[in-house]
Design a protein around this ligand. Structure first.
Ligand code: B1M
Length: 211
């Protein structure tokens, strides 16, 4: 395994130009594209996520880091077929029915993508049957729901019930988040996990999938 400390440092600094440069250098030196993704890019985003959750990084830091990783992934993509691209897992995400807030959900989706998850974003105001269809279509490991309004939070429970009725609940882990959502609420509706922010969502998804 190569030393990716400079690449990780470039991610932490949100330096996309340096990140692409170091990725190309590693490829030229014969590092495997998978190793660069797992030990360099995903490892870097994990640290970024932790710093965000700890309050040491802010949204602009996350955006710059995610952009740097996305640009590096673009440099790596021609060296790998889609099936060879390392992924930490598949996530279907959406803002629940009745709710049109999507800034936080979009950030979480972006953080997860940056960390190495394949994300299918269903958008906002997503009813239970749309989640069910998406699970059938994309076969995700995780279903993520966001809600920003106290009156729409309860729709998370309806989505869980819809997944259960369709006999899909045992195939996925369900995570929830959004400003009014708490761990207590997640426990009440029997979600598998709650994350207060995008950095925590990365760690939660990794933990739920044993990564
Ligand atoms: Co609305 N809104 N809004 N709004 N809005 C709130 C949420 C509100 C708290 C404002 C207030 O009254 N103080 C309030 C809800 C009150 C309540 O529930 N008791 C409210 C209301 C009432 C409404 C309307 C009903 C207003 C009206 O029309 N009368 C209406 C709702 C319409 C609807 O949804 N049906 C409405 C509309 C809007 C706008 C369209 C104007 C706009 C949304 C634009 C958009 O999203 N594209 C808007 C905005 C911007 C807000 C505030 C100001 C900001 C929300 C935001 O984007 N925060 C908000 C007040 C506030 O929070 N200060 C408010 C930034 C974002 C990065 O944080 O979304 O919390 P957040 O996401 C975080 C975490 O929560 C977490 O990670 C994210 C990143 O760290 N997270 C997850 C989020 N989803 C996650 C999922 C996960 C894990 C973590 O796993 C899957």
């Amino acid at each position: 395994m190569s030393d990716y400390s400079n690449l990780i440092q470039a991610i932490l600094e949100g330096d996309d130009v340096r990140c692409v440069e170091l990725t190309n250098e590693a490829l030229d030196e014969g590092a495997s594209p998978q190793d660069i993704v797992i030990s360099g890019l995903q490892a870097g985003m994990l640290i970024v996520g932790d710093r965000f959750s700890a309050g040491d990084f802010f949204i602009p830091d996350m955006l710059l880091a995610a952009r740097a990783v996305t640009r590096a992934m673009e440099a790596i993509r021609p060296h790998l077929s889609d099936s060879e691209m390392p992924t930490l897992g598949r996530v279907v995400i959406g803002t629940v029915s009745g709710d049109i807030h999507d800034i936080g959900k979009n950030l979480v989706a972006m953080f997860l993508r940056g960390a190495g998850f394949e994300v299918f974003d269903l958008g906002t105001n997503v009813p239970g049957d749309r989640f069910v269809t998406a699970v059938k279509e994309h076969d995700p490991d995780i279903v993520g729901m966001s809600a920003l309004v106290t009156t729409t939070m309860s729709n998370m429970q309806h989505v869980i019930a819809a997944l259960d009725s369709a006999a899909l609940l045992s195939q996925v882990k369900v995570i929830v988040g959004g400003a009014p959502v708490t761990q207590r609420f997640a426990d009440q509706i029997k979600a598998d996990g709650y994350a207060p922010d995008g950095g925590a969502a990365i760690n939660l998804c990794r933990k739920l999938l044993g990564k």
